[in-house]
Write a protein that binds this ligand. Structure first.
Ligand code: SF4
Length: 368
């Protein structure tokens, strides 16, 4: 939400200082999605705000819900017509993680990524980034209070008929416990706006998330890793590594030609010396590409060479197939890969694939 505009309206109206806090609480913490629902302010002010402002900086074009209702993806239309995606996942009962986008498209063009293929349009503003969390908070609130009126008039009229039907199935309300900057875009290439959005997410008067419940994922921009360590040492860092040799990484992730594995290693060593915090290493399992024993050896060797092995945690991620060329590794292969890493003393988790039915790979929906 455009807080500056809200502040300006309240100042021009001569409203007392606490009015801003009342409105912020209703919107950011209670998940109110319409100014008309804020009962703590006057009717005149409610009407003025409704006329002059919007709570969200985008329109919700579509929400897809998986059959198990644990993965949802929203297609959001920005004011300039560009579209982005935001994903809500529930790996644990009644706890939700929001995966947010930081750019429209992405300039890094990783070979396995639908967003990369769609090219780069522009950076998102801080509002457009944090509003994705606001939207899901509103959404969960609506699910918790769905009633027969809403069954006749779903909250988002433009949603597809399938969604409207599925939408009503989610009666259980839950809380957002994690935010990950892992949607469309490279967050460290939009650092100024990402930084503002992080401040809003941890601001006690706004979203009030704990720093440790937020993670920023990068394809490996050393300057960004340094900035995160210095400015937000309590926020989690995740590295989209995916390949442990320069040859393979440069083939699938062009950013590696600019910042190779050695550069990334230096940045991580520096990160550890400044924060002593755990780093998550994301590794998407691609059949016949990076899932052999040799690849596991290369990964293990690379991670050990960084030092601070106890602070590195590897997440093996099932690949959401976006085209015909690349296939996901089999479950058996993934288990063997994990076992190999564990024998070498690495801490490893196999991440369940959530979101395939909702075209969970980033950029699959917006790219259509
Ligand atoms: S994987 Fe991430 S960094 Fe690579 S192109 Fe896709 S969005 Fe960009």
């Amino acid at each position: 939400m455009q807080l500056e505009k809200l502040r300006k309206i309240l100042t021009e109206n001569g409203e007392p200082k606490f009015r801003l806090s009342q409105i912020q609480k209703a919107i950011y913490q209670d998940g109110v999605s319409d100014f008309s629902e804020i009962s703590t302010i006057s009717k005149n002010l409610r009407e003025q705000l409704e006329k002059e402002m919007k709570i969200l900086s985008f329109e919700v074009e579509k929400v897809l819900v998986s059959k198990d209702e644990k993965s949802l993806k929203a297609l959001l239309k920005l004011a300039d017509g560009n579209k982005i995606e935001s994903v809500l996942l529930s790996p644990v009962e009644n706890k939700w993680s929001v995966c947010i986008s930081s750019q429209v498209g992405c300039p890094l063009n990783c070979g396995f990524c639908a967003t990369g293929k769609s090219g780069f349009q522009r950076n998102l503003t801080a509002e457009e980034i944090s509003d994705q969390v606001l939207f899901w908070r509103q959404y969960l609130k609506k699910q918790g209070t769905v009633n027969s009126d809403q069954e006749k008039n779903p909250p988002y009229p433009s949603a597809s008929a399938t969604w409207q039907k599925q939408n009503l199935l989610i009666k259980e309300r839950g809380v957002i416990s994690n935010i990950v900057y892992m949607g469309m875009g490279e967050p460290f290439l939009n650092w100024e706006e990402v930084k503002r959005s992080l401040r809003d997410l941890i601001d006690k008067d706004l979203f009030a998330f704990g720093s440790r419940s937020i993670s920023v994922s990068t394809a490996g921009i050393p300057e960004g890793i340094k900035n995160l360590a210095e400015e937000f040492p309590q926020i989690n860092l995740a590295i989209s590594l995916h390949f442990a040799t320069d040859e393979k990484r440069s083939q699938f992730m062009p950013i590696n030609r600019k910042y190779n594995l050695e550069e990334l290693k230096k940045a991580l060593k520096d990160y550890f010396s400044k924060t002593n915090r755990q780093v998550f290493v994301e590794y998407v399992m691609l059949s016949g590409i990076n899932d052999s024993e040799e690849d596991a050896y290369a990964l293990s060797t690379y991670l050990k060479s960084i030092g601070n092995r106890q602070l590195l945690h590897v997440n093996l991620i099932a690949y959401n197939e976006t085209g015909k060329e690349l296939k996901a590794s089999s479950g058996n292969k993934t288990h063997l890969f994990r076992d190999y890493l564990e024998r070498g003393g690495m801490s490893v988790t196999i991440r369940k694939s959530l979101g395939q039915e909702v075209e969970g790979a980033c950029g699959q929906l917006a790219g259509k």
